[in-house]
Design a protein around this ligand. Structure first.
Ligand code: B12
Ligand code: SF4
Length: 429
């Protein structure tokens, strides 16, 4: 056993930084394990590497033009190549730390993730939170990390270290995002609202058509088809070969236009500053003008957005497969499938009291087009739903009849039924 194994002597960050840069990282930062940005990941981090004391944040640059081109095969090559490089750098860093007798671990930069937890939190550590805490950038309107120099054209990785560090790096005191809202204008499904709200389901349904739930939905279409001709009536040939390409060469993101158009970052901003008009013509307009299928859930905010803003793009209605498997999943997932436009003018305070496997209480509040999930029964409720946890989840998954669950008193509703109906209509199925 190496002499330094289990040693509590702090590692020298200057040394680690030089090592990470030598291995190919473009920027490096250091976060103590106690940092508040790690709060929501702490339990998962400790499960992955018991004894973690610090996290090393790594930034790896992407080339700009490949990400900007409307030919998404080129940008996908760039995303996959840089993700692989980020994983390789993190892996080599862990190997070197291990050689020095330090326990360390590199959670995947992107995929694979812990899919047995899907549709829950499948990632171990949020790299953008770690990178933000390490001062490597700040999260912009598009919810991604913007590096002060290379802007949005960076991917991230983190290395967990079971040893203390001699220092940490400080958070950036400014945000390189300057609120130009080009990311808002570029997103084909309107996932990024001007006020910074992110429509997770919209991005996930379109951009991730060949991943996770999108793939599951496609498998459902194959299974439900009565014949080859019936399948082809539902899925164009180009989508079938795209799915083959995904399985053979790695799944392809359908957009990522939010990163492509972002002009922020010292090394990136010059053309935008020189002429906003030329920048829009060369970078934003080709993506906006692109004729392409856009995957949406029926009657979703995303569908309305495509029809209103991009009538030349083809709306393709698909399933989201964002169905909770338990009560915690229902409460965590509600904000992800909430449709703002359906909640316009609605004010509803719905209480839930679950018994059985996931006994708990929560209040879901819709007001001003926004949803809040509160722990416990809070305030004067319009409606109270008392339900057996399994019965409620079964109804949400479309596997049990609501009427039957109410008749057999597995689900009881007190108060305004109309409010409950209006509330339920705010979510994607
Ligand atoms: C989950 C995830 C997604 C989700 C949610 C995105 C999001 N805004 O969180 C989806 C599938 C939509 C997604 C999309 C994309 N992603 Co992504 N994604 C991640 C992942 C695994 C974790 C993100 C995270 O930190 N969430 C926690 C907090 C900080 O996020 P938040 O914005 O505050 O809140 C959102 C989440 O909490 C989410 N959420 C809450 N509960 C749940 C539950 C489930 C089941 C899910 C899936 C999400 C979710 O909803 C909130 C609102 O959207 C990281 C990899 C990693 N391990 O860190 C990559 C990562 C953030 N993604 C990345 C990229 C590049 C993309 C895409 C551009 C994909 C692409 N190549 O086309 C798009 C951009 C969309 C966007 N504008 O955000 C990069 C970003 C690099 C950077 N410069 O910051 C990362 C860091 C991967 C990497 N190694 O570099 N992504
Ligand atoms: S495109 Fe503009 S608003 Fe969007 S993240 Fe970049 S700088 Fe911020």
């Amino acid at each position: 056993m190496s002499a330094t194994l289990h040693s509590t002597a702090p590692l020298l960050t200057a040394d680690l930084r030089a090592l990470a840069l030598e291995l190919g990282a473009d920027d490096v930062g250091f976060v103590p394990f106690e940092h508040a940005e790690l709060d929501s990941d702490r339990a998962d981090i400790l499960e992955a590497l018991p004894g973690t004391r610090a996290v090393i944040a790594l930034v790896v640059r992407m080339n700009r033009e490949p990400i900007r081109t409307p030919q998404r095969s080129v940008s996908n090559l760039e995303f996959h190549a840089v993700t692989d490089r980020a994983n390789e750098i993190a892996q080599a860093l862990v190997r070197e730390l291990e050689r020095r007798g330090v326990r360390a671990l590199n959670p995947s930069a992107g995929f694979p993730m812990e899919m047995d937890r899907f549709p829950g939190k499948t990632w171990i550590v949020s790299h953008k939170r770690v990178a933000q805490a390490a001062g490597l950038g700040r999260i912009g309107v598009h919810r991604n990390l913007i590096h002060p120099r290379w802007g949005s054209f960076v991917l991230l990785a983190s290395v967990l270290v079971a040893a203390p560090l001699d220092a940490s790096t400080r958070e950036l005191d400014f945000n390189p995002c300057f609120q130009c809202k080009l990311c808002v204008a570029a997103c084909p499904v309107g996932a990024i609202a001007p006020d910074g709200q992110f429509d997770f389901a919209a991005c996930y349904t379109h951009n991730y058509r060949e991943f996770m739930g999108g793939f599951g939905d496609w498998v459902g279409t194959v299974a439900d088809a009565r014949s080859g001709a019936d399948y082809r009536a539902h899925v164009p040939e180009s989508e079938t070969v795209s799915m083959w390409q995904s399985l053979a060469f790695g799944p392809n993101y359908k957009a990522a236009y939010c990163l492509a158009v972002c002009p922020a970052g010292e090394d990136v901003i010059a053309p935008f500053r020189a002429s906003r008009k030329t920048f829009l013509r060369d970078v934003l307009d080709p993506l906006v003008a692109k004729r392409e299928p856009v995957y949406v859930a029926a009657h979703s905010d995303a569908e309305k957005h495509v029809l209103a803003r991009f009538p030349h793009k083809t709306v393709r209605r698909v399933g989201t497969r964002l169905r909770p498997k338990d009560v915690p999943g229902f409460l965590r997932g509600a904000p992800l499938t909430f449709q703002r436009s359906r909640a316009k003018g609605l004010q509803a305070r719905i209480g839930f009291e679950f018994r059985g496997a996931d006994s708990s209480r929560a209040t879901l509040l819709v007001d001003g087009g926004k949803l809040q999930v509160l722990e416990g029964l809070v305030g004067e409720l319009d409606t109270l739903v008392r339900a057996d946890a399994l019965a409620w989840i079964g109804v949400l998954r479309g596997e049990r009849s609501l009427v039957w669950q109410v008749l057999t008193r597995r689900i009881q509703v007190r108060g305004e039924l109309a409010k409950l109906r209006a509330f339920q209509a705010c979510f994607l199925r």
